[in-house]
Design a binder for this molecule. Structure first.
Ligand code: YNC
Ligand code: MG
Length: 408
């Protein structure tokens, strides 16, 4: 069991952590192999150039056909070009960290893994790392130990840049999660969700009752709510950085990174909400101060085998922050209550906006402070769990108030 993972610098199941820090401290770039790992003769390594439309399409095709599906294969992630630009071209991205495997003869892309730069903070320690995502092997090449090879090769390429830690998430249980979160779903268009088989009509309820249960106002309620613009970056960065101190595990972002993550690239910034991959709103009070923000990203599902509906609009709660309760200690019950109320108002506005741009369901994890509002805002627990992992870093488990959302 875990033949590969046993050989890697990760925490073992049930390993008692006495002190937080790197597992393997031999951080010496000169010891890193200069040549790629040997790969079966049939295949070759290939750095994907996602600035090239045809290579971007190849990645899209691979992930569309072979990446994560739900268990009965009725929904598939409908990645698009704008989504990859957002998720894979964060500031400091490197082409050699968009690692593909091709069949030598036909050049067909059959596997992929990516790394993007990240700065992590685990409690008091801050360090450079990467975020690993989009590990995918063609269905016909499964169970041939290609995944460990991809992981070793991306690790080598990350080590060459003098980076020794990584963050990754997976539904699969591996040694050993630092935290586990559950997915929660908030129906926005219940009838459609029911018709495509995403939601079921509960026993003893009528369709009309379900529609009424999930009804939302047509307009938002937070005064001063507006789309975030580039001119807000300084204020949002300051608020967000202070807010994130609430959590034990977070990524730290520069202003440039935050601009990319919350507003997207220049092309993305010009788009109306309904065409965007990442939607961010701020609340500006009467003194022109930014007091809150929230964001969600958009990644639709393709609906397979349905004659009426071809796709489902899916929004994912991303980052948020508020001044409410920030000046009080975390354990202060009254401050927590104020925070809960404020987040309920903000996120219910996010639901209204998401519905307004055609989202059918709004997803969130049980991370950050989400458990404060999920139930009251009628999110239902999903069957999916997501495990969070650190590579080459041992740390005590992270419990409530945890934040490290990824864009998977
Ligand atoms: C997984 N998701 O346990 P053992 S998440 C990591 N993450 O190793 P084979 C995984 N490892 O148990 P297959 C994994 N899934 O023998 C499986 N493994 O030690 C391990 N699915 O390899 C597994 N994408 O090639 C086993 O398996 C070994 O052909 C078996 O390929 C696996 O992106 C996979 O769910 C997942 O495409 C590629 O099933 C394939 O089955 C597939 O025989 C659908 O592999 C898509 C899917 C995973 C999404 C993700 C995060 C990946 C993190 C990878 C680890 C990064 C470590 C840090 C590196 C940088 C370090 C620095 C510095
Ligand atoms: Mg394989």
């Amino acid at each position: 069991e875990y033949k590969f993972w046993k050989t890697q610098p990760v925490t073992k199941f049930n390993e008692a952590v006495s002190e937080e820090g790197p597992i393997d401290r031999r951080e010496d770039v000169s010891r890193v192999p200069k040549e790629p790992y040997a790969i079966l003769d049939l295949f070759e390594w290939s750095d994907l150039d996602i600035e090239d439309d045809s290579e971007m399409s190849e990645l899209y095709e691979l992930l569309y056909e072979h990446y994560v599906e739900d268990h009965d294969s009725t929904f598939r992630f409908a990645y698009g070009k704008a989504f990859f630009n957002w998720a894979l071209k964060t500031p400091g991205w490197k082409k050699q960290w968009h690692l593909g495997v091709r069949v030598k003869k036909t050049k067909k892309l059959v596997a992929f893994i990516s790394a993007v730069p990240a700065t992590l903070r685990v409690r008091g320690n801050t360090f450079k790392a990467v975020e690993i995502n989009f590990l995918c092997v063609h269905k016909q090449l499964r169970n041939k130990r290609l995944a460990p090879l991809l992981i070793k090769e991306i690790t080598r390429r990350v080590h060459l840049e003098n980076v020794w830690q990584a963050l990754y998430t997976s539904g699969t249980l591996l040694p050993s999660p630092i935290s586990t979160c559950r997915y929660a779903h908030r129906p926005l268009n219940w009838e459609k969700l029911c018709d495509v088989g995403f939601s079921a009509l509960p026993l003893g309820k009528t369709r009309a009752q379900m529609v009424a249960k999930y009804a939302l106002p047509s307009i938002t309620k937070c005064t001063g709510l507006r789309r975030m613009e580039v001119r807000d970056v300084d204020a949002v960065h300051s608020l967000f950085t202070r807010f994130q101190k609430r959590y034990q595990l977070t990524q730290l972002f520069t202003k440039e990174e935050l601009t990319h993550l919350l507003l997207g690239d220049d092309e993305e910034q010009e788009k109306p909400d309904g065409e965007k991959v990442i939607v961010t709103y701020v609340v500006e009070n009467t003194e022109k101060k930014i007091t809150d923000f929230f964001s969600f990203y958009v990644l639709p599902f393709t609906v397979l085998n349905n004659s009426v509906y071809k796709s489902l609009g899916v929004g994912y709660l991303y980052y948020y922050a508020t001044e409410t309760g920030l000046d009080k200690p975390r354990y202060d019950a009254q401050a927590t209550n104020e925070l809960k109320k404020r987040l309920e108002n903000l996120i219910s506005d996010a639901l209204v906006l998401a519905k307004g741009i055609g989202m059918d369901v709004f997803n969130a994890m049980t991370s950050q402070d989400n458990v404060l509002f999920l139930e009251d805002l009628k999110f239902g627990p999903g069957d999916g769990f997501l495990n969070y992992y650190l590579f080459n870093y041992k740390a005590f488990p992270v419990g409530g108030g945890f934040d490290s959302q990824t864009r998977e």
